[in-house]
Design a protein around this ligand. Structure first.
Ligand SMILES: [Zn+2]
Length: 480
């Protein structure tokens, strides 16, 4: 995600590089076959998810747990998707949604549970053993609030982020349950395959994470089917106003979806050039398409695999920065996953530093590396000063749960600005060649997986003794 923060002109450089180790390439994955229909009068998405679970763990699994992210939008939710400060995102006044499960087939029993009715627990008929599969069918309704946010009916589109029950990520302690914190992106999930069929009023166009493989119109509705392989989420945005511009870049079809008159030419350039740059620098982009969607949002941008949401109200320059930032998340979030709940710096810091590197190599956009670093230092020092005054001592540790950030302001300075500064310190110590070699190695070793901070750091320390730099930043000891 990119918050609505001020980006001073900045930029960076990157070189490129090689290397890699690779864990075994997973050939068996879980699969979602989703069929869903949008009703614009009811503001609902009624869906069925046939979910085939592939047990890639070393344990027998008796229960499956799914995130019901859409339920955070219901009235009375304990964890709300937006803070009171973002209330204006509810452009029509207070509005609520929710995600209700009607039935689950292929199981012994099921219940909606979790800390905030955010988890669907499905008890299987019998345990599923490592390398085995089991299928359950979930019938659900997503009620959409009127809100300019990831999931909701916006002022001109329908944002369908996190629109289906998403299997929780698995750790040795079991499936990991995470409430919907308003701070950051509280989503952690594992890669799966998708076959998604959407039925829409015929005047609607869908931008999605997938590649369209079928489309038919009958009467008042259009039904289209999309495929996506090896991705940790699938998102869509609908609108009856969309226009598109598209171009191929790095072997991928890049499509910008926008409303209004002005064709986003420079934005398309930035989307294509950053995709190509990151592909060259970190490793090949894995998906056949990328949808860059201009849509009302409460933040600057939001990333999903093969689809990014860009706030349609941004000025051209901020939109270009955000497009590059969200594209960087295709590498640091979508392909290489991390624990965004406890280690947000690992994807936001890397994504924002990668953005700076892109602009360093494409100076015509007007951002400079010096400017980016200067504004990050200035913002971070201001945060440090303010929080010292408020709390006596600012907490500068980077690895912490999203719920432990006192504000979005603190989150931005720790995860983004301090993340940028840490990357710059590591790069300066190692030199460009080793730095970008380490990033390429990290990408190749962890593509389609969820990487720990230790895994990230190991790829740098293998080439240069920079562990002390990482530790001093992460633990909050470095003086900036
Ligand atoms: Zn981000």
């Amino acid at each position: 995600m990119k918050k609505l923060a001020i980006f001073a002109a900045a930029a960076l450089t990157l070189a490129a590089l090689p290397l890699a180790a690779c864990h075994k390439q997973q050939t068996d994955r879980s699969k979602y076959v989703i069929t869903a229909a949008y009703d614009e009068n009811e503001r609902t998405l009624k869906g069925t998810a046939d979910f085939t679970y592939f047990n890639s763990t070393d344990n027998e699994i008796r229960d499956l747990q799914f995130n019901l992210w859409g339920n955070a939008y219901r009235e009375g939710a304990q964890y709300k998707p937006l803070t009171d400060a973002d209330a204006k995102a509810y452009y029509a006044g207070a509005s609520y949604g929710g995600e209700s499960v009607e039935k689950v087939e292929g199981c012994a029993s099921w219940e909606v549970t979790g800390e905030d009715e955010n988890i669907l627990n499905v008890t299987l008929n019998e345990p599923v053993y490592p390398d085995d599969t089991v299928k359950v069918t979930i019938t659900y309704t997503l009620n959409l609030a009127q809100v300019n946010h990831r999931t909701g009916v916006t002022e001109s589109t329908v944002n369908l982020g996190n629109f289906y029950p998403v299997l929780c990520a698995y750790s040795q302690e079991g499936f990991v349950q995470t409430p919907y914190y308003s701070c950051g992106d509280p989503f952690v999930s594992e890669c799966a395959d998708y076959d998604v069929t959407l039925t829409l009023p015929r005047q609607y166009t869908a931008a999605t994470s997938g590649k369209q493989v079928e489309c038919t119109t009958a009467g008042e509705v259009t039904t289209a089917r999309y495929e996506l392989k090896n991705a940790r989420d699938f998102a869509a945005v609908l609108s009856d106003e969309f226009k598109t511009v598209k171009r191929e870049s790095a072997g991928c079809e890049v499509t910008l979806y926008y409303c209004g008159e002005a064709e986003p030419k420079r934005q398309l350039d930035a989307a294509c050039e950053s995709l190509a740059y990151f592909s060259d620098t970190f490793g090949k982009y894995a998906y056949p398409t990328l949808s860059v969607v201009f849509t009302p949002l409460s933040v600057s941008g939001m990333e999903y695999p093969a689809l990014t949401m860009i706030n349609s109200a941004l000025e051209e320059s901020d939109a270009i920065y955000t497009i590059a930032h969200e594209n960087a998340h295709q590498w640091w979030y979508a392909m290489v996953g991390s624990d965004q709940v406890n280690c947000a710096w690992q994807d936001e810091g890397l994504a924002d530093y990668s953005t700076v590197c892109f602009f360093e190599n494409y100076p015509a956009y007007g951002f400079t590396r010096t400017g980016a670093l200067g504004s990050a230092i200035k913002a971070y020092r201001a945060y440090y000063s303010v929080y010292n005054q408020i709390f006596g001592k600012a907490d500068t540790a980077m690895t912490r749960n999203l719920k432990d950030f006192a504000s979005d302001y603190e989150y931005i300075n720790i995860a983004y600005n301090k993340g940028i500064l840490m990357c710059e310190s590591v790069r300066t110590a190692m030199g460009d060649k080793k730095f970008f070699s380490a990033l390429k190695s990290y990408f190749e070793a962890n593509c389609f997986k969820i990487a720990t901070p230790e895994e990230l750091i190991s790829h740098f320390t293998a080439l240069h003794d920079v562990e002390g730099i990482f530790v001093s930043y992460i633990e909050g000891k470095v003086v900036i």
